[in-house]
Design a protein around this ligand. Structure first.
Ligand code: FES
Length: 111
């Protein structure tokens, strides 16, 4: 559990993941940063093998809540996501989903 010095305007709740955050976490959501950048800023080591170039699927997440608060998926992300068997309607590549503000998010990191 992270204790904030100042309550952030918005947060990203990460559901428990065995390697990244076994107990789950709540981190500040910073506007203008991707979900990956927000997690890394809070020392959450989500995989990002292509260095956020939209050329892998290691940053695949499910956006459980708050889809409206990130940028819309473009064709490159859509094409890359088609490579994962676990794709769902709420799938995103966390390096391509930029937090635009407006509310809190809940995500699940995929394997
Ligand atoms: S880090 Fe490779 S697509 Fe996101």
């Amino acid at each position: 559990m992270i204790f904030f010095k100042k309550k952030p305007d918005h947060t990203i709740t990460i559901l428990p993941h065995p390697e990244v955050c076994p107990a789950g976490e709540v981190i500040p959501a910073i506007q203008g940063r991707s979900i990956v950048e927000n997690l890394l800023a809070s020392d959450m080591e989500i995989s990002h093998s292509c260095q956020m170039q939209c050329a892998c699927i290691t940053c695949h997440v499910y956006v459980i809540e708050g889809e409206a608060f990130v940028t819309v998926m473009d064709d490159d992300e859509d094409r890359e996501l088609n490579k994962t068997q676990g794709r769902q309607g709420w799938s995103r590549l966390a390096c391509q989903a930029i937090f635009e503000g407006g509310g809190d998010m809940v995500i699940e990191i995929c394997d």
